[in-house]
Ligand binder design. Structure first.
Ligand SMILES: Nc1ncnc2c1ncn2[C@@H]1O[C@H](COP(=O)(O)OP(=O)(O)OP(=O)(O)O)[C@@H](O)[C@H]1O
Ligand SMILES: O=C(O)c1ccc[n+]([C@@H]2O[C@H](COP(=O)([O-])O)[C@@H](O)[C@H]2O)c1
Length: 201
């Protein structure tokens, strides 16, 4: 495969929803990426396994929701037996040395990032793009990650939209994307399902 700029959206996808698709399409456009890979996590180490749908089920539902030639749903983490992002990123860089990766996540995960294993190493491995998310903007932009890497933030500024070069900027480098503010969440879908007994995707 020729060298590509790839956005990595790691997630539980329990279940996948249109918000995942919308932020992926925004990332393709705003960051000038070639592809987005949805890395379906076998189990988020900070979330309870209770209520987590079977892996194959989450993978299949994500395929249906993604439905786009430039979004790929990947079982890479299950195949290499990893749950920790720092290890997944290191493995991806070794497996696909020709590609340039950008880690994508919602503002909720920017707030939580300091609890992840070797989170500073993650920031040193790949550039990171964060999507705004209702209820998390203030905490994310005033939290530990934003403060520690305050001089590495990439902006759409007076000298141009530098976010389009994010994949090529040596990490640490991060940007906060405000173009999307999407209320959808997997929790909301699971709650709806629990209260109505309907399936909803
Ligand atoms: N509406 C959204 N806006 C911005 N980012 C989102 C949105 N929904 C999901 N994400 C991000 O996509 C990634 C995968 O999300 P995940 O599969 O956990 O869905 P979720 O809706 O956050 O799930 P849950 O409600 O169970 O926590 C995470 O980085 C998450 O922050
Ligand atoms: O590496 C960690 O310590 C770590 C801790 C919590 C979450 N993550 C990753 O963060 C991504 C988003 O998770 P989630 O459950 O919010 O969709 C997913 O790829 C998880 O594996 C990673």
């Amino acid at each position: 495969m020729r060298a590509q700029k790839i956005g990595l959206l790691g997630g539980s996808f329990n279940p996948a929803h249109d918000g995942h698709r919308q932020i992926s399409l925004a990332a393709l456009r705003l960051l000038d990426l070639d592809q987005i890979w949805w890395l379906v996590s076998p189990q988020n180490p900070l979330k309870s396994a209770e209520g987590m749908a079977e892996y194959e089920e989450r993978l299949a539902a994500a395929e249906k929701i993604a439905h786009h030639s430039r979004i790929r749903v990947s079982d890479f983490e299950a195949r290499i037996g990893e749950q920790r992002t720092v290890r997944t990123l290191a493995a991806l860089k070794v497996t696909f040395p020709q590609h340039r990766f950008v880690w994508l996540m919602g503002a909720d995960n920017m707030v939580q990032l300091p609890k992840w294993q070797h989170w500073e190493r993650i920031m040193e491995l790949v550039p990171v793009a964060i999507f705004n998310r209702p209820g998390y903007t203030y905490k994310a932009l005033n939290g530990k990650v934003a403060y520690k890497y305050r001089n590495q933030r990439v902006l759409n500024g007076l000298t141009g939209d530098h976010r389009r070069q994010l994949a090529d900027i040596p990490p640490p480098a991060w940007t906060f994307l405000t173009e999307t503010t999407i209320k959808l969440s997997s929790t909301q879908i699971r709650n709806y399902h629990d209260t109505t007994g309907n399936t909803c995707s």
